[in-house]
Design a protein around this ligand. Structure first.
Ligand code: MLT
Ligand code: MN
Ligand code: ZN
Length: 292
């Protein structure tokens, strides 16, 4: 399995266009450009799938040689898109794929509902290209081209701010991605509200795990930007609280993604990197390639 980490920042990216917090200032000064959370994965190196479609998708596609079109004028290695949530930073980029000849999109029922109503991507895109929407059911394997099998795991019922909440729904999921030929497994969970038993089980089988790294600590938004938005209320388990679980489930390679501009780990010299290394983890970088 080949995995390209296309983007590693939370909504807004790093730096964020209207933010002069310490993290964004430092990023601006150092020329850092972390694009918003997005992943590409392939079993055979020919058929590729996106997990999420970030608002930075066009830039991400142009930076990724495996996703270049050809040899025919409109051939593309892109076979489909799988959503982990209905959040704008995960879905907005689908509009940038409207030139596609056809598009297959996988999403859970509440996410599909939101994308038909409150944020009507599905009807809008249907006017531009042939789209096929598939409903993702947690626990049910989805066979993909190129020898991949993908199974969703339920992570939380946190709905986007623009949508009507429905308690108990699969708003936020992670994907276990299996290469049926090599037997390798990737677990992708860019938004994680809590560490659950389901997650522990999924992590045990994985060769690599990419996890929610939005915040390092729970009160970061207040201390770094002055906004009173604690991590728990935003549905993001801080790294400080997921790290002990990594130590208890040693084995896979762990990477953190979806970093918010407030996260001290966005700075390469932050002392917190040592705590990650101790747990066998690191921060993912844009463009990073994993071969599993
Ligand atoms: C999240 O990850 O919590 C959302 O993407 C926040 C947002 O709306 O930017
Ligand atoms: Mn987000
Ligand atoms: Zn900032």
């Amino acid at each position: 399995m080949r995995v390209r980490v296309l983007g590693t920042a939370a909504g807004g990216g790093l730096p964020q266009w209207n933010c002069a917090c310490d993290g964004c200032r430092q990023a601006r000064a150092a020329g850092v450009d972390r694009t918003q959370d997005c992943l590409a994965v392939s079993g055979d190196g020919r058929a590729w799938y996106l997990v999420n479609a970030s608002p930075d998708l066009r830039t991400q596609l142009l930076r990724t040689p495996e996703l270049a079109p050809g040899p025919g004028r409109r051939d593309t290695p892109l076979r489909g898109v799988l959503f982990t949530s209905a959040e704008l930073d995960h879905t907005f980029g689908l509009l940038s794929l409207r030139e596609a000849g056809q598009l297959t999109v996988h999403a859970t029922a509440p996410v599909r509902h939101a994308l038909r109503g409150a944020f009507p991507l599905e009807p809008v895109l249907a006017r531009y290209t042939r789209t096929r929407w598939e409903t993702v059911v947690c626990g049910q394997a989805i066979p993909l081209d190129g020898g991949l099998s993908v199974t969703a795991i339920r992570l939380s019922e946190k709905s986007p701010r623009y949508a009507e909440p429905h308690a108990g729904d699969d708003w936020v999921i992670g994907y276990r991605i299996d290469d049926v030929h090599s037997g390798s497994t990737l677990l992708y969970a860019p938004c994680l509200a809590a560490w659950t038993d389901t997650l522990s089980t999924a992590v045990r089988d994985a060769d690599a795990v990419i996890l929610d790294g939005t915040f390092y600590g729970c009160d970061e938004m207040a201390t770094r930007t002055g906004l009173d938005r604690p991590a728990a209320g935003m549905g993001h388990l801080p790294i400080r609280d997921s790290l002990p679980h990594l130590a208890a489930h040693a084995g896979p390679r762990y990477l953190y993604t979806h970093l918010n501009n407030t996260n001290p780990l966005t700075h390469p010299d932050a002392p917190q990197h040592a705590a990650l290394a101790e747990a066998g983890a690191a921060v993912a970088t844009d463009g990073q390639l994993l071969s599993l």
